[in-house]
Every structure is written in C-alpha cells, then in structure tokens.
Design a protein around this ligand. Structure first.
Ligand SMILES: CC(C)(COP(=O)(O)OP(=O)(O)OC[C@H]1O[C@@H](n2cnc3c(N)ncnc32)[C@H](O)[C@@H]1OP(=O)(O)O)[C@@H](O)C(=O)NCCC(=O)NCCS
Length: 171
C-alpha cells in the first residue's frame, strides 16, 4: 500500500462537521448511510463519539464512531463470547470509513489505534464491532489490530440483507 507522509490531524467532530459527514457517509455507505437527521441524532447522544482524521487544510479523509457507556457492551452480552470477564465493558466501534481516494494509507488504522488506546486508558477491557462477512478490507484491518470473530448473527444487516460477524478485541 502507498505510504502517505502528509501531516494529518485527528480530532473530535463538532456539530459544524455534520453536513460534510453526511455527504461522506453517502459516498462510503450508499443505501446504508446515516442521513443528516440520523447523524445529528447520534451526534447529540452523549455516549456516541465521532472522531475525524483530516489533512492540514481540514479536508476530511476518514472518521470513526465510538459507542460508550450504555452504547458499549458488557462482556456477558456479547454473543458466544465466553471470556472470563464478568461485567467488564467493551467499547463499540459503531462505524468507520475512509473516503475512497484516501484508502490504503493507514488512516482508518490510525483512528482505530488512537481510539483503542484512549478506551483502554478509560478502563474499557476491549472493543467490539459488527462487520459483513464479505467486507474483506475491514476484516483484515480489524484482524491486524488483534480483533477476532466470536459470533455470526443471521440476517443482521439490511440493504442488502446479510449475516453480521461480531468481532472482539481484548486489551
Ligand atoms: C475498511 C476501510 C475503513 C479501511 O480504511 P483504510 O483507511 O483504507 O484502511 P488502512 O489504510 O488504515 O488499512 C489498514 C489495514 O486494513 C487492511 N486493508 C485496508 N484496505 C484493504 C484492502 N483493500 N484489501 C485488503 N486489506 C485492506 C490491511 O490490513 C491494512 O493494513 P496494511 O496497510 O498494513 O496492509 C475502508 O476500506 C472503507 O472505508 N470501506 C468502506 C466502509 C466500510 O466498509 N467500513 C467498515 C464497516 S464494518
């Protein structure tokens, strides 16, 4: 993959970012994208955190959405996850994407690594996410960061309907 030596900035999203995030969602997720209204609703949820990766000029390249608090998971609630972790909490990766022209340069990895480090420092025991079985780039990304598959949920995703794989990383 090409190495991108540009300077990039990772920062928490602000309300003013929502319109361009909605556009970028459309580009990356099409039918499944959160629309402007859905994004605003999520953004106003104090347990949902949007982080952006931009270039020096503030142009969006990649973003990630984390679910904390009640939007995170208790180990016992993760299907088929038989970790001996009692009521430990796993932060949820609710969404991650990189605009197509910026893919393959390590931006999604940077966002995840930074967020996972923060989550660990905040006391989470790991992270959990859902992915489509045929989303090979995403699965490889997660695998390279130490996530592993713990369950398959039939018909979990819509448009198109597809099973969902639950992947977990323990810190
Ligand atoms: C999945 C996605 C977020 C990856 O973003 P990215 O910024 O291109 O990823 P990175 O450059 O950080 O890649 C990190 C790792 O992911 C894997 N990866 C990324 N793109 C890949 C591809 N096209 N094929 C195979 N593996 C790939 C590799 O393991 C890579 O590590 P490497 O460069 O050391 O080989 C991006 O492809 C995307 O936005 N897809 C559409 C939205 C989506 O499916 N989101 C995930 C929903 S679960």
């Amino acid at each position: 993959m090409p190495e991108n030596k540009d300077v990039t900035v990772i920062r928490r999203a602000e309300a003013a970012d929502l319109p361009r995030l909605a556009e970028a969602e459309q580009v990356c997720f099409g039918q499944e994208a959160w629309d402007a209204e859905g994004l605003e609703w999520l953004f106003n949820d104090l347990e949902v955190c949007f982080w952006l990766l931009e270039d020096e000029a503030g142009k969006l390249r990649s973003w990630v959405v984390w679910g904390k608090g009640t939007r995170s998971f208790q180990a016992a609630d993760i299907p088929a996850f038989s970790g001996d972790l009692g009521n430990h909490r796993f932060i949820r990766v609710m969404s991650i994407a990189t605009l197509p022209e910026f893919r393959g340069s390590g931006f999604a990895r940077s966002l995840l690594v930074e967020g996972l480090e923060k989550a660990q420092a905040e006391g989470y025991s790991g992270a959990v996410l859902e992915v489509r079985p045929r989303n090979f780039p995403a699965r490889r990304l997660y695998e390279s960061l130490g996530f592993y598959r713990v369950a398959v949920l039939p018909a979990w995703f819509q448009s198109p309907e597809e099973d969902g794989e639950i992947w977990v990383k323990q810190f």
